[in-house]
Design a protein around this ligand. Structure first.
Ligand SMILES: *Cc1c(COP(=O)(O)O)cnc(C)c1O
Length: 384
C-alpha cells in the first residue's frame, strides 16, 4: 500500500465533498436544476474575484480564457505590453503573436517580479499600446507580481490590464474592482479545487467596450455571446456540467471558510514552506516577491539534477511535486501550497524532501525543515 500526495500547482487535490458532488447523476444544462447551480457558481466566482461584473465560465483549461481575452478585446496589429517573468508570461507573448498582435515584451529575470519603474518606462516609450498583459502569480517561478502598481500605471496611460490570476484568484487578495483590473482570469484546477476543464474570465466596463471594436476571429470563445445568455442562466454551448457542479461545491467550501481566512491560510502555509526549505539550507528562487501559491526551491550543487528529487519523491514516497521548465529544468523543485491544502500537507512534503535529500547525497538533519514549519504553524494565531 502506498498513499499519494498531490502537491502540484494545478491540478490540485480535489476535496471529497467536491468529488461526491460531481458524481451525482447527469442533468441537462437547459433545465432548472442546472440553471440554479450555474447561477450560484457564478455568484461565488464574483465573491472570489471580488467583482460586481459577470464572471463567465468557459469549457477549457486556463489557457482557453487567456486566448479568449486576446481574441475578444483586440484588433489585428494592436500593440500590447507583455510581462514575461516565466513560462506563463511567455504564453501571453506567444498568444499575442499568434493572433497578429504586436507585443512589446518586458523580459523579467526568473525569480524576480517586474520593476514598476521599468514598466513605466516601457509604457512611456509605447504610448500606442492598448493593454498590459501579465500574471498576478507567475507559477513557473513562484513570483508574485505587483498587480496593484501595474494597474495604476496602466490606468494613468489609459491602457487596460489583462491579468492571468490562475494561481492568484482564491489564493491571495486580488480585488478586481477595487484595483481596477480590467480582465481577470482563473482556472478550475488551481485554487478552486476542481478537476481541470473550466476557465473563468471577468471583464470591466472598459474591457467590455473594447469587445465592440475587436476584429479577431472567435466563435467558441465568443464572450459577448456567452454574456447574452446569462440573464437566463444559459450557456452558449454544452457546459462541462459535472465540473460546474463541482465548482458550486468548492465555492461553498470557500464561503464557509471565508475568503479572508483562505488568504491567511495560504500565507501561513507559504511562510511555513519557505521556513522549512530554508532551514534545510536550500535557497528560494523568488527571494524578494514570493507568491503564496507556490515555492520554487533551488537545488544545491550536491544534487546536480533536481529531477532526481522529484522522481524519488514520487516513485518511492508517493509525493507528487514538479520541477522547472526550459532554463529552470533540473534546477528547481516547486512545492505548491494552495487549494485543498493544510499544515500537514506541508509537513508531509518537507518530510519527504528530507528523506530524499539524504538519499541523494545532500545530508540534512532529520526533522529540521519540519520543525521550522511547525514553529510557523505553532505561532500562527489562526488555526490552519
Ligand atoms: C496553470 C496556469 C495556466 C493555465 O494553464 P492550463 O494548462 O491551460 O490550465 C496559466 N497561467 C498560470 C499562471 C498557471 O498557473
Amino acid at each position: 500500500m502506498r498513499k499519494s500526495y498531490l502537491l502540484t500547482p494545478g491540478p490540485t487535490t480535489v476535496p471529497e465533498r467536491v468529488l461526491s458532488a460531481m458524481s451525482r447523476p447527469m442533468i441537462h444544462h437547459r433545465t432548472p436544476p442546472f440553471q440554479t447551480v450555474f447561477e450560484e457558481a457564478r455568484k461565488g466566482l464574483q465573491y472570489v474575484f471580488q467583482t460586481q461584473q459577470d464572471v463567465l465560465i468557459l469549457t477549457a483549461s486556463g489557457t482557453g480564457a487567456m486566448e479568449a481575452a486576446i481574441t475578444n478585446l483586440f484588433r489585428k496589429g494592436d500593440q500590447v505590453i507583455t510581462i514575461n517573468g516565466g513560462k506563463f508570461g511567455e504564453r501571453w507573448t506567444k498568444l499575442a503573436k499568434t493572433y497578429g498582435l504586436n507585443p512589446v515584451e518586458i523580459k523579467v529575470p526568473a525569480g524576480s517580479a517586474v520593476d514598476p519603474q521599468e514598466l513605466e518606462k516601457t509604457v512611456r516609450a509605447n504610448p500606442g499600446a492598448r493593454a498590459i498583459l501579465f500574471q498576478a502569480s507567475e507559477t513557473s517561478t513562484g513570483v508574485k507580481m505587483p498587480t496593484e502598481a501595474i494597474c495604476k500605471i496602466a490606468q494613468a496611460a489609459n491602457m487596460v490590464t489583462v491579468c492571468d490570476a490562475i494561481t492568484a484568484a482564491g489564493v491571495f487578495d486580488l480585488p478586481m474592482d477595487r484595483w481596477g483590473i480590467d480582465v481577470l482570469i482563473s482556472g478550475s484546477q488551481k485554487a478552486f479545487m476542481v478537476p481541470p476543464g473550466l476557465s473563468m474570465i471577468a471583464l470591466s466596463e472598459r474591457a467590455w467596450k473594447m469587445t465592440e471594436t475587436a476584429d479577431l476571429p472567435c466563435f467558441y470563445f465568443d464572450l459577448k455571446r456567452e454574456r447574452k445568455g446569462l440573464p437566463k442562466n444559459a450557456t452558449a454551448w454544452t457546459p462541462a456540467i459535472s465540473l460546474v457542479i463541482g465548482l458550486q461545491e468548492s465555492i461553498q467550501m470557500i464561503r464557509e471558510e471565508g475568503l479572508e481566512n483562505v488568504f491567511k491560510r495560504h500565507a501561513t502555509l507559504a511562510q511555513a514552506t519557505r521556513a522549512g526549505v530554508t532551514a534545510l539550507g536550500l535557497e528560494l528562487l523568488a527571494r524578494n516577491a514570493p507568491s503564496d501559491a507556490v515555492t520554487a526551491v533551488l537545488m544545491p550543487s550536491a544534487i546536480p539534477d533536481a529531477k532526481a528529487v522529484i522522481k524519488l519523491l514520487r516513485d518511492k514516497h508517493g509525493v507528487f511535486i514538479i520541477g522547472g521548465q526550459d532554463e529552470l529544468e533540473g534546477k528547481i523543485i516547486r512545492l505548491s501550497h494552495f487549494g485543498y491544502c493544510d499544515k500537514f500537507d506541508i509537513t508531509t512534503v518537507l518530510s519527504g524532501l528530507e528523506l530524499c535529500l539524504n538519499e541523494l547525497g545532500y545530508p540534512v538533519e532529520y526533522g529540521r525543515g519540519v520543525a521550522a514549519a511547525l514553529k510557523v504553524f505553532g505561532k500562527s494565531p489562526k488555526e490552519s
